[in-house]
Design a protein. Structure first.
Length: 103
């Protein structure tokens, strides 16, 4: 199974649990159950930091343990949370640097 991204969303409080963030691995290849984790919301962190923490918690379930340390998460937003795409550092090094224009 190949995973192309991790989608996170905010889960509101219930009578027994506080706010939480759920991260789910998105697969574009099959209809098997998608791995996911749910973590408690930490009010000492920003919203994006909470969503990133959930995505990082899910990484060991979806990536080879030897690859995890050579991956960074590229962040995007969606209607209910964030999308994190794991990208190898070696791939990022090959991308051209953007030109900065100072006026």
């Amino acid at each position: 199974m190949s995973f192309t991204s991790i989608q996170t969303k905010m889960l509101g409080p219930t009578n027994h649990r506080g706010d939480r963030v759920k991260a789910t691995a998105m697969s574009s290849w099959d209809n098997k159950p998608k791995p996911s984790v749910t973590i408690s919301y930490d009010y000492g962190m920003s919203a994006e930091e909470n969503h990133r923490a959930a995505a990082m918690e899910l990484l060991p379930k979806v990536l080879n343990k030897y690859v995890i340390h050579s991956v960074t998460l590229i962040t995007g937003s969606c209607d209910r949370g964030y999308i994190f795409t794991p990208v190898l550092w070696s791939t990022l090094a090959k991308l051209p640097r953007p030109k900065v224009i100072i006026s």
